[in-house]
Design a protein around this ligand. Structure first.
Ligand SMILES: NC(=O)c1ccc[n+]([C@@H]2O[C@H](COP(=O)([O-])OP(=O)(O)OC[C@H]3O[C@@H](n4cnc5c(N)ncnc54)[C@H](OP(=O)(O)O)[C@@H]3O)[C@@H](O)[C@H]2O)c1
Length: 235
């Protein structure tokens, strides 16, 4: 297993929900973190964490100028990058009967284009690590279609394709990529969902899965991790 040691992990969208749970867990494990946030106000999240452990930078998935700027700021701060967690994401209920192309464009920008651009920017550092890791917080909505939210489902299927592209691109350099595919997780995103909140996956449990994925060595790799809170055929 890989030890946290001085490994540096970048997490997008760590202000709340799954991203915050991942940040808290990885901080507890001893990793050094760079958090990509739309509003990187000092002290939040992980208030009180020293600068040698936690770096915060502005990252807005809809502002491409912030993508590589965050990567480079993190590399300057810590001198290395060992993993990127593409977590920031948005949902929209748009269906085929009521298309909203502005919403579709936003979903592509946040859920697909920004993760792709972050992977591209981080790749030289992940290769230099020798055990670079990419974790893409996708969804079971990227594995099957069970509802009418066509735009969200399309972007999460695309994220699975992005994940497999990332698995291929630098295997020889030790870079490994894993898609985490949850169904309902108890966060703001699912606050209005017609499913009991107390039966949803706890973000802290997803964070522990990410911790395991990051610790696995180069020759024990999970390409996809499917995480369900209910019974579905084969998932
Ligand atoms: N919750 C679920 O059931 C579920 C299931 C499967 C997959 N997922 C995926 O898990 C990831 C996290 O979701 P969540 O449930 O934690 O959602 P959430 O509670 O709504 O949090 C979303 C996070 O993404 C950030 N974000 C949104 N738009 C952004 C932008 N333009 N630039 C930068 N950051 C942005 C938010 O930052 P702000 O605080 O600045 O808004 C926040 O940190 C998403 O990719 C989502 O698709 C969630």
């Amino acid at each position: 297993m890989l030890e946290p040691g001085n490994r540096v992990i970048l997490i997008s969208g760590a202000s709340r929900g799954i991203g915050l749970a991942i940040a808290e867990h990885l901080h507890e494990l001893g990793y050094r973190l760079s958090l990509g946030l739309r509003a990187p106000a000092a002290g939040c999240p992980l208030p009180g964490a020293p600068a040698e452990r936690v770096h915060r930078a502005r990252f807005d998935a809809e502002d491409p100028a912030t993508h590589h700027a965050w990567i480079e700021a993190a590399a300057r701060h810590f001198g290395r990058i060992d993993a990127l967690v593409n977590n920031a994401g948005i949902h929209h209920a748009m269906t085929l009967r009521d298309p909203d192309f502005d919403a579709l464009d936003r979903l592509w920008s946040v859920n697909c284009k920004a993760p792709l651009n972050l992977i591209q920017g981080a790749l030289p550092y992940l290769e230099a690590s020798g055990a670079g890791r990419i974790v893409n917080i996708a969804s079971l909505s990227g594995k099957r279609v069970r509802n009418d939210a066509v735009a969200y489902n399309m972007t999460k299927h695309a994220m699975i394709a992005l994940n497999h592209a990332a698995r291929r691109i630098a295997w020889e350099q030790g870079v490994r990529s894993t898609a985490i595919c949850p169904s309902f997780v108890r966060t703001d995103m699912t606050a209005g969902a017609a499913f009991p909140a107390d039966q949803m996956t706890d973000p802290a449990d997803l964070a522990r899965i990410v911790g395991t994925v990051l610790a696995l060595p180069n020759h024990a790799v999970m390409a996809e991790v499917l995480v369900n809170c209910r019974l579905e055929d084969t998932l």
